[in-house]
Design a protein around this ligand. Structure first.
Ligand SMILES: Nc1ncnc2c1ncn2[C@@H]1O[C@H](COP(=O)(O)OP(=O)(O)O)[C@@H](O)[C@H]1O
Ligand SMILES: [Mg+2]
Length: 284
């Protein structure tokens, strides 16, 4: 499986290679195969969107890349170096891969600037003043300079979410792992989030592994959309989004966009029906 050659501007860092990965959970001695023989090559600087029925194994795959869970079979490499594999099923957690969760994780008792500056200070990468300076600069780039000294509870959820992305990027990671980060948001806030994420992406060209159930979001943001099968997850279909960047909202009403959304929807729907028939609790 090859990466989309049009998708990234020659970024040589952040390439993820997932080869024949399986994951079996064993709650109470009952095997649950969440991922099965899944292979996927993600190029450095690619925006790779993952869609598929709820419960199919998307988060399991993300957790394996992040080092939160071990894998049962196969291997995952980052830039040619093994993260996890047969001899070492659990990847180390490292600053080269950062995760942004669905429910947000800013410290409520710290200002946005303090939240952003926290990581590099704790890790001893930057001194307190340097970290604050960098945090303020990055918040400014993300259009958040006016709220840098506010607490998360004092800003909108959209601003808090943007600050979280800034926080994730302060250590210049190779890979940004996002698990349905905008799931609970209304359409308008979501669209602002998309624009701001794309701005960040255009600036940093960080590799993005982004799980979503929103197919328009997947096509709008992605270089490729990976449709996963119903559990156990493997890749069912790869949709190449050959739409140039920078992208803006006029794209949403274009014919090429609609065609890609429909193509993706068909594949996801097929799998969602299978998941439903297999008795999964919820559909994507
Ligand atoms: N820690 C766990 N122990 C046992 N089963 C789990 C665990 N985490 C997830 N699963 C099961 O693995 C399957 C895939 O889960 P998940 O990766 O969270 O799916 P998705 O993110 O696609 O909704 C589901 O059937 C889920 O119930
Ligand atoms: Mg999930």
């Amino acid at each position: 499986m090859t990466a989309n050659p049009n998708s990234h501007s020659g970024n040589s860092r952040g390439a993820i290679s997932i080869r024949n990965v399986s994951k079996v959970y064993d709650p109470g001695g009952v095997n649950v195969r969440a991922v099965d023989d899944c292979s996927l090559e993600i190029a450095g600087g690619e925006v790779c969107m993952i869609v598929g029925p709820s419960g199919c194994g998307k988060t399991t795959l993300l957790n394996a890349i992040a080092g939160f869970h071990s894998i049962s079979e196969g291997q995952i490499d980052l830039d040619g170096e093994m993260l996890c594999g047969p001899s070492k099923p659990l990847a180390d957690q490292g600053a080269d891969r950062v995760v942004v969760f669905q429910n947000g994780a800013l410290f409520p008792w710290k200002t946005l600037a303090e939240n952003v500056a926290y990581g590099p200070v704790v890790q001893g990468v930057l001194g307190k003043n340097e970290a604050r300076e960098k945090a303020i600069h990055m918040l400014d780039e993300a259009g958040l300079s006016g709220v840098a000294d506010k607490y998360p509870g004092e800003v909108s959820s959209g601003m808090a979410r943007r600050a979280e992305i800034v926080r994730a990027l302060i250590n210049d990671p190779k890979v940004l792992l996002l698990d349905e980060p905008y799931r609970a948001m209304d359409a308008l806030t979501k669209s602002i989030m998309h624009e701001s994420l794309l701005e960040v992406y255009d600036r940093t060209k960080v590799t993005i592994f982004f799980i979503t159930h929103d197919l328009e979001e997947a096509i709008f943001l992605g270089d490729r959309v990976i449709v996963m099968t119903t559990r156990p997850a493997k890749t069912k279909k790869i949709v190449d989004v050959k739409i140039s960047r920078p992208r803006d909202y006029r794209l949403l009403s274009s014919e090429e966009f609609r065609v890609l959304v429909e193509e993706t929807k068909e594949a996801v729907h097929e799998e969602a029906v299978k998941a439903f028939e297999a008795g999964e609790r919820e559909l994507a």
